[in-house]
Write a protein that binds this ligand. Structure first.
Ligand code: FES
Length: 179
């Protein structure tokens, strides 16, 4: 008798939990069928894969670029973050000696993430935050606290156009680690 009395509330509790779950699923399905929750809103986070980082055309004609001195290119990139797509202004530094081979460098200081500026007279990049200095051609550190050189970015030339892949890396560490 004691055993039966103890088992009764437990099975009641299990039944209650089961009914609560069934009701919750039923409510969601009813909302979907009634159109108050679009089906895509429920399924799309499960189906969506992160978009691969793409190439961006930053120069239309290699014959128009400055040779032997870095130049900054600004462009707008579409960034998708869960439900929201926004436009973000990006900048990269390009360097070429022959308008054939290009080097692309991030303009973000590897120390704490400030933007570097070109000092053409001294032929180097300068970070105004803590006076980090980088070589103008290679982006290597030549002074100050930055733990590594300016991050190089993938770059390619196709049909006279320059394309880059904009990537970001963790500041403050020696290793080049993508974020
Ligand atoms: S952020 Fe550039 S030197 Fe500190």
């Amino acid at each position: 008798m004691e055993h039966e009395a103890a088992a009764q509330p437990e099975s009641f509790e299990e039944r209650r939990r089961f009914l609560v779950r069934v009701s919750a699923v039923g409510a969601i399905l009813s909302s979907i069928m009634a159109g108050s929750i679009p089906l895509t809103a429920v399924l799309s986070p499960l189906l969506r894969r992160p978009a691969p980082k793409g190439w961006t055309r930053v120069i239309d004609d290699v014959n128009t670029v400055d040779v032997g001195v870095p130049f900054k290119v600004d462009f707008v990139e579409a960034v998708e973050d869960a439900w929201v797509e926004s436009r973000v202004l990006r900048s990269v530094w390009l360097y070429t000696e022959d308008a054939v081979e290009f080097r692309a460098m991030s303009g973000v200081c590897t120390h704490l993430g400030c933007s570097v500026a070109l000092d053409t007279e001294k032929r180097r990049f300068h970070c105004p935050c803590h006076h980090g200095l980088f070589d103008m051609k290679t982006g290597a550190v030549i002074g100050g606290p930055p733990p590594r050189g300016l991050d190089s970015l993938p770059v390619k030339v196709e049909n006279g156009e320059v394309h880059i892949q904009y990537l970001t890396f963790r500041p403050g560490i020696e290793a080049k680690e993508a974020t």
